[in-house]
Design a protein around this ligand. Structure first.
Ligand code: NAP
Length: 326
C-alpha cells in the first residue's frame, strides 16, 4: 500500500482510506456494528491506515464504531474526523432536518446547522475525542462551510487546538478556491476533501490543481460513486429503506445501464491486471494530477480488502486515457 504525506503535516497516510460514513448507518439503511468493526479491522490488516469519519455520520454512531474498532490499535491509524455540522446548537446556517434514518423536510429529531463558531468547535472536538476513545485527532476537517463565522476565527480555533495537541493537522471539505485562500491567509491547511470520481470530475478545473500547486493533500470522497463503479450494482439490486440510493437519479435504471456499459469497456484493462472494476476506479482517482488519497466506504471485510488492493495498482497512461473517455 502506497502512503503519501498529508500536506505539510509530516503525517503519512495510506493512499486508500477507509470512509466510515456508511458504517454509521444513517442514509445507508442502517448498520451492523459487528460487520462494521470487522470491516475496519480487515482494512487495517490490508494496509489501510487512514480512517475518515464525522460526527454527523449516524449522529455519533460512526465515530463510536470507529472508536471501538481502533481502541487496541490506535497507533496504526491516521484518524480523520470533522466539525461544522452540528445538532447540539441552533446557530449558523440551517442545513436540514433529520431523523435517525434520513433527512426530512419537517422538523424532526435533529435540526442540523452548518456552524464553525469557536465555542462550538471546542465542544465538538471534545465530543469526538470521547466517542473515538482517543486523546488526539490526526486530521481535523471543517465538513461544510458557512457564512456566519469569519474563516479567520475558525482557523484561529483550529490552530489553538493544534497547539494543545488535541488535533495534529487541519483540513477542509466542500470548499471553494476563495475559501481555501482565506483559510491559508490565517494558517496552514494540510488537506482538502471533495467529491471526485470518474463520474464527478468538477474538482479538475480548480481545486485539484490548486491543491497540487500548494502542497495540500486532496482526499477524494465517493470514489466508487457510492458503489456504482464496482460494477456490482445491477438492475435488480434494491436498497434498504432509508438508503439514500433509493432516491438518487444516479441509481435510476437508465443510469445503472449507462454506467455498466461504460465499465464493460474497461474489462480488458481489469483482466490484464487481474483486478476488479472497483479497484480500477480507485486507482484511476489516485493517478489523477493532484489527487493524493481516495476515501472509500466499505461495510464488510471483503469490500475493505478489495478496496485496499487498489493501493498497489499502477495503470499505464494509455489505460488511464481509455478510462477517462466518456
Ligand atoms: N466530506 C464530505 O462531505 C463527504 C461526503 C461523502 C463521503 N465522504 C467520505 O468519503 C467516504 C466514501 O464515500 P461514500 O461512502 O459516499 O461512497 P463510496 O466510497 O463511493 O461507496 C461506498 C459504498 O459502496 C459499496 N462498496 C464499497 N466497496 C465495495 C466493494 N468492494 N464491492 C461492492 N460494493 C462496495 C458499499 O455499499 P453497499 O455495500 O451498501 O452497496 C459502500 O458503502 C465516506 O465514507 C466519507 O468518509 C465525505
Amino acid at each position: 500500500m502506497k502512503r503519501r504525506t498529508l500536506g505539510q503535516s509530516g503525517i503519512k497516510a495510506s493512499v486508500v482510506g477507509f470512509g466510515a460514513w456508511a458504517v454509521g448507518g444513517w442514509m445507508w439503511g442502517g448498520t451492523q456494528e459487528k460487520d462494521s468493526i470487522a470491516a475496519i479491522h480487515a482494512a487495517i490488516d490490508a494496509g489501510i491506515s487512514l480512517i475518515d469519519t464525522a460526527p454527523i455520520y449516524g449522529f455519533g454512531r460512526s465515530e463510536e464504531i470507529v472508536g471501538k474498532a481502533i481502541h487496541d490499535c490506535r497507533d496504526k491509524v491516521v484518524l480523520a474526523t470533522k466539525c461544522g455540522l452540528v445538532w447540539h446548537r441552533e446557530q449558523g446556517e440551517h442545513y436540514f432536518n433529520s431523523d435517525e434514518d434520513h433527512p426530512r423536510q419537517d422538523a424532526s429529531q435533529y435540526n442540523v446547522y452548518r456552524y464553525l463558531g469557536p465555542e462550538s468547535i471546542r465542544e465538538e472536538v471534545e465530543m469526538s475525542l470521547r466517542r473515538l476513545q482517543t486523546d488526539r485527532i490526526d486530521l481535523y476537517q471543517t465538513h461544510w462551510q458557512e457564512g456566519t463565522t469569519p474563516i479567520a476565527d475558525t482557523m484561529a480555533t483550529l490552530l489553538k487546538l493544534k497547539q494543545e495537541g488535541k488535533i495534529r493537522a487541519i483540513g477542509v471539505s466542500n470548499v471553494s478556491v476563495a475559501q481555501l485562500d482565506e483559510y491559508r491567509k490565517a494558517g496552514v491547511i494540510d488537506s482538502d476533501q471533495e467529491k471526485y470520481s470518474m463520474l464527478h470530475r468538477a474538482p479538475e478545473s480548480d481545486l485539484l490543481p490548486y491543491c497540487g500547486e500548494n502542497n495540500i493533500a486532496f482526499l477524494a470522497y465517493s470514489p466508487l460513486a457510492q458503489g456504482l463503479l464496482t460494477g456490482k450494482i445491477g438492475p435488480d439490486r434494491t436498497f434498504a429503506p432509508g438508503d439514500q440510493r433509493n432516491n438518487s437519479s444516479l441509481f435510476s435504471a437508465d443510469s445503472r445501464q449507462a454506467i455498466s456499459q461504460r465499465l464493460e469497456k474497461f474489462r480488458p484493462i481489469a483482466e490484464a491486471h487481474g483486478v476488479t472494476p472497483g479497484q480500477l476506479a480507485i486507482a484511476w482517482n489516485l493517478q489523477q494530477a493532484g489527487c493524493s488519497h481516495a476515501l472509500v466506504g466499505a461495510r464488510t471485510p471483503d469490500q475493505a480488502r478489495e478496496n485496499a488492493g487498489a493501493g498497489d495498482l499502477t495503470l499505464t497512461p494509455d489505460e488511464l486515457n481509455v478510462m477517462t473517455q466518456e
